[in-house]
Design a protein around this ligand. Structure first.
Ligand code: QAP
Ligand code: CO
Length: 188
């Protein structure tokens, strides 16, 4: 059997959820924007648009340890490589969610405005100043590239409650012997 047309089409990745060790790993910088990177980015967009209401997705969330994230706040698809936040200011509270912790939203305080630097797919340096929701997205996705999840930004008490709440949600979604059972055993 030869290659079918569908084997060349982009296919959405599976989104890794809390407990998967890749979510706690440090992503590696992209040094060369080759065909493989372009394909990863395309498939990350497919995954983002297939998700229910996702607006941002980082490579580790689809099992790829590279410093890449994509986002779309309704105007256009955007991607950044090797991002860093060089300035931040103020405080802003938002009920934060994550595609890797489905169903859980937790009020988190973070800086309100940020300056993010990185590279685009042409290798050019980009600099984006953002505030409120977009600034929150940048901070959240950059955390993913450093192996940091929302739980890691919580105080021990809040973290305990949030993890317990997520386990309840995962159990409701999967049942005690569903696919979440594996995650529950591995999490923590
Ligand atoms: C990160 O988050 C973010 O629980 C992107 O059931 C966080 O796209 C950006 C989602 C805070 C801005 C502010 C979460 C979808 C999507 C869920 C997302 C869910 C379905 C989260
Ligand atoms: Co997330």
């Amino acid at each position: 059997m030869g290659h079918s047309a569908s084997s060349l089409a982009d296919v959405a990745y599976e989104i890794r959820t809390y407990g998967d060790p890749v979510l706690a790993s440090q992503a590696v910088a992209v040094t060369d924007v080759d065909a493989k990177i372009i394909r990863i980015v395309d498939q990350m967009f497919d995954t983002l648009y297939d998700s229910e209401s996702g607006i941002g997705l980082a490579a580790p969330q689809v099992g790829i340890q590279r410093q890449i994230f994509v986002w779309d706040m309704g105007d256009e698809p955007r991607v950044i490589l090797n991002p860093t936040i060089t300035e931040s200011d103020g405080e802003w509270t938002y009920d934060e969610g994550c595609l890797s912790i489905p169903g859980l939203y937790v009020e988190m305080v973070r800086p309100k405005t940020v300056l993010m630097k990185g590279r685009d797919l042409d290798g050019n340096e980009v600099e984006i100043e953002a505030d409120e929701l977009e600034a929150r997205l940048f901070q959240h996705e950059l955390d993913h590239l450093n192996g940091i999840l929302m739980f890691d930004r919580m105080q021990p008490e809040q973290r305990k409650e949030a993890v317990a709440e997520y386990r309840r949600l995962a159990e409701l979604a999967d049942g005690p012997t569903g696919p979440g059972a594996f995650r529950r055993l591995r999490a923590d």
